[in-house]
Design a protein around this ligand. Structure first.
Ligand code: BGC
Length: 869
């Protein structure tokens, strides 16, 4: 029988980059449809072959001679006796620190604080610079600003907004591109577009900042050719520059492209560049940032969407609805006279018959195209990105034809790993909306929103969303890089900025619970998801420093009860203009998180073998637990403050002194949720865990009542209003179709969508029982009138799935365990744990019929119906 290898990756980069990696001995992981032994075979470019026999599939230590910088070859994995099912990948190390060239710049002084032009850079080389017999050619590059490369008139790579946004003063990522096939005999031209981006453009809110990282924009490009004899040749490049057709561009503001200024053929041989100016050389060593290989795929064009409706407006604009709120830009195809100017406007929603642009704040999001007038022209903005579902074309010449405009979806390239489906259309749509909000907000780093003048890496948002993010997509690479930035930006005292990378635009820069806790919780969730302790090793100093800081802030008492807090942010009872004014005690939240992260650091210390640390953080966690109990719990199990978030936090973080207390609090939680008419009454902290808390309190039915609620505030209210993403506020759009008056109203924030994880784990019943999906728990919980639900997860050990179907009082449960895992099945109504091995298993059992699922009980609370006039 053939053993097929389905997936093969290095480090944690599932389906990611394999050329230009940092590790000289990358760990190897793969998924096989049968157990080992397996053969690993590495064929170096010089023909040397090494093989190894392994039985494990996860993070196998590189069994070959370590690679030198630039060295590469082909890795093949197969079942020991079945080369037919083999899978191969290229493995090639980047240049490490071996930079031989300097930055080159067309602009070292930033002009006024307004969108600035992009530049073109150009370098020419010919055969005289190249060896006779070329094995391969590599271009290693990065920039201050954002850039796109062209070689001989053809785009290099598919990176968008490269090099992405990192904490530039500490860390700048470069990319290695294979350009072997793009080289010409004779003259060759390397070109680059270069603009401000995050480095020098406008970023942040409340006015934001300009030139956050420097006053220059600059390119760093090292072109290397390896001859067939293995010798390495650095191709000398002399750069000149010229203004580009992009006359103004900002990530928030949009791009203006004057096609009349485009010098056709500028990056191809034979072009007359005699009037281009010499670029200024900026010594690489005058910048402190470490230049690193990426840990994830870049931002890319992922798919395109045609409009679902096209409508001419009374003012002559053409309105397009793409049927989906996305992050991206438009691609237009147009024929117009020279100088004809078209404006592309973007918005997430329509209000009062017009594009609802108020929530964008200062992110104008208008692209302008000035036609060259030479036939059919195609334009996609390069250096800006918008969050939108609707667009309006202003001054479009003539009629719009099918295919003239499409929306280009742009975000980090990530492998999708999870699927959920059920008999409930609303829940399915909710799940789809969460997927989209994650995609739209993983634009190189995990951001809060893709549309307004913000789009920053808020720590609290990814802290609550991390388990869901890691379920839906293989997001490890992105999060690994972002956590490096977090650690770099953490102060010596352990303080974690509220968003990372941090830009000083006036937001309070104080330690904040649930936000700063991302330093501990995100790496922990990553470890839980794939079982790889390396992220914990890497982040350990950062994790500890945060918990130590909070211990200090509590005056060593364990009770964190002073200073700035965001608390249960966006609790629906808080006024729109004051989202932090929750009815849950902020310091209860702060102390609860302190317990949680101290416990995680203790567990991490244990895993990493730091015995003394383990004892220290265990003691710290116990002290904080006692402080929490003394301050916020009555001996009989009342919680101060008496809110769903407070009780949920205490239940899910396991903060009660005994089961009797927890039971009393649990019944109070059920009561409160019932009194609230099964509407959401939790914010950023409570919402992601409220359903788990209800299950812990003994009622999955209550979780279903909450999940199926459509009245405001609820998860399904936005769905009932036609949402295609998760909103920042439950009522980002009010029932009358107007936009929430709050200044902070986005239609695309993933945080409140963290419940998607519960759909997988509890509704369908598919969860990880211990780190890395080595052991899988199948525990379906039918209810809510659903007649079926199913989930699949492509774990690092292979695909696991569960499906349940109700037929009257019959319940059929089917589970699938991948070859490298084992499972345990717990059927509804039973506590028996049924052990299962790899393969598919079917259970036919009895459970109450869907029609007998309970209705939400009445707690004497009803929304007032408007009386007919
Ligand atoms: C962001 C949030 C963030 C919050 C905290 C908002 O402006 O969009 O998602 O966590 O501020 O203050």
């Amino acid at each position: 029988m053939t053993t097929a290898i389905h997936e093969l990756w290095l480090e944690n980069r599932r389906a990611g980059i394999t050329i230009g990696i940092a590790e000289t001995a990358p760990r190897i992981s793969f998924i096989a449809d049968a157990s080992g032994p397996f053969e690993l075979r590495f064929t170096r470019d010089d023909g040397r072959i090494e093989t190894a026999r392994v039985t494990d599939t996860q993070r196998v230590a590189w069994p070959f001679t370590p690679l030198a910088p630039r060295e590469g070859g082909t890795l093949r994995v197969s079942g020991e006796k079945s080369p037919d099912g083999a899978l191969e990948t290229r493995v090639e190390v980047g240049i490490g620190d071996d930079w031989q060239v300097d930055f080159v710049s067309p602009s070292t002084v930033a002009s006024r604080d307004a969108p600035r032009p992009a530049f073109l850079l150009r370098a020419v080389f010919d055969e005289a610079n190249l060896p006779g017999d070329i094995r391969h050619a590599r271009l290693h590059s990065t920039a201050h600003g954002v850039y796109e490369l062209e070689l001989n008139g053809v785009r290099v790579g598919d990176d968008i907004l490269a090099p992405g946004w990192t904490s530039y003063s500490h860390r700048l990522r470069y990319r290695t591109h294979d350009i072997t096939d793009a080289l010409n005999d004779g003259e060759n031209v390397l070109g680059a577009w270069l603009a401000d981006g995050w480095y020098r453009g406008h970023i942040g809110f409340d006015g934001g900042v300009w030139d956050a990282y420097g006053s220059d924009v600059a390119l760093l490009a090292q072109l290397e050719v390896t001859a067939t004899d293995g010798s390495l040749h650095l191709v000398p490049l002399e750069w000149t520059w010229a203004p580009s057709a992009i006359t103004e561009v900002g990530l928030y503001e949009g791009e203006t492209f004057d096609a009349r200024m485009l010098d056709k053929g500028w990056s191809a041989p034979g072009f007359d560049a005699s009037d281009w100016k010499c670029a200024e050389v900026l010594p690489r060593t005058s910048f402190a940032a470490r230049i690193e290989a990426p840990t994830a795929l870049p931002v890319q064009e992922i798919e395109t969407l045609p409009p679902v409706s096209v409508e001419r407006q009374p003012d002559g604009r053409i309105r397009l609805d793409f049927g989906q709120n996305i992050s991206g830009v438009l691609r237009v195809r147009v024929k117009a006279d020279a100088g004809h100017t078209i404006r592309l406007h973007h918005a997430e929603v329509i209000e009062d018959g017009r594009l609802g642009v108020r929530p964008l704040r200062s992110a104008t999001s208008v692209d302008t195209y000035i036609a060259a007038g030479d036939g059919v022209e195609i334009y996609r903005p390069r250096f800006t990105i918008h969050g939108f579902q609707y667009a309006e074309l202003e001054n479009w010449p003539g009629q719009l034809q099918d295919g003239d405009v499409e929306a280009v979806v742009i975000h980090t390239g990530m492998r999708r790993t999870a699927w959920f489906d059920s008999s409930h259309d609303g829940l399915n749509k909710l799940h789809s909306n969460v997927m989209w909000s994650m995609r739209d907000n993983f634009v190189d780093l995990p951001t809060d929103c893709p549309q307004r003048d913000e789009r920053v890496g808020w720590t609290g948002d990814i802290q609550v969303f991390a388990p869901t993010a890691l379920r839906l997509f293989a997001a490890h690479g992105t999060l690994t890089g972002w956590l490096r930035d977090l650690a770099f930006e953490q102060s010596d005292q352990g303080h974690v900025p509220n968003f990372v990378p941090w830009v000083e635009c006036g937001f309070p820069n104080f330690p904040t619970a649930a936000w700063g806790d991302a330093a501990v919780i995100v790496p922990w969730e990553m470890y839980r998801n794939d079982g790889d302790v390396r992220i914990l090793e890497a982040q350990y100093p950062s994790m500890r420093a945060w918990v130590d800081l909070v211990d200090e802030l509590s005056g060593g008492s364990g009770l964190w009860n002073q200073g700035f807090q965001l608390g249960d942010w966006l609790d629906p009872t808080a006024p729109p203009e004051d989202p932090g004014k929750s009815h849950t005690d902020k310091y209860l939240v702060a102390t609860a998180y302190h317990v949680r992260t101290a416990r995680i650091v203790a567990d991490t210390a244990a895993l990493l073998g730091h015995v003394d640390d383990e004892a220290r953080y265990r003691a710290l966690a116990e002290k904080a637990t006692r402080a929490f109990q003394d301050e916020f719990l009555s001996p009989t199990g009342r919680v101060v403050s008496d809110t769903p978030t407070s009780i949920a936090v205490a239940l899910v973080f396991d903060l009660f002194a005994d089961e009797a207390q927890a039971a009393r609090a649990g019944s109070r939680l059920l009561e409160l949720v019932g009194i609230g008419g099964f509407h959401i009454s939790t914010g950023f902290v409570g919402t992601p865990i409220i359903c788990d808390a209800l299950v812990r309190a003994g009622s999955m039915d209550f979780a279903y009542h909450l999940l199926r609620q459509e009245e405001l505030p609820s998860w399904l209210y936005p769905v009932s209003m036609g949402a295609t993403t998760i909103w920042e506020r439950w009522d980002s759009m009010l029932p009358d179709g107007t936009i929430n008056p709050g200044d902070m109203t986005s239609f695309n924030h993933y945080a409140l969508g963290a419940v998607a994880d519960f759909l997988h784990r509890a509704v369908a019943g598919l969860s990880n029982d211990g780190p890395g999906w080595e052991r899988i728990r199948f525990e379906p919980r039918p209810g809510g009138g659903l007649t079926r639900a199913s989930a699949r997860y492509d774990s690092v050990r292979g695909s696991a799935s569960v499906a349940w179907v109700r037929d009257g009082e019959r319940l059929i449960v089917t589970v699938e365990v991948p070859a490298a895992s084992t499972g345990v099945v717990v059927l509804p109504g039973s506590t028996e744990e049924i052990e299962v091995g790899p393969g598919t298993h079917r259970f036919d059992t009895a459970f109450r019929a869907a029609v007998d699922d309970p209705d939400a009980p009445f707690y004497g609370w009803r929304r007032e119906e408007p009386t007919a006039a």
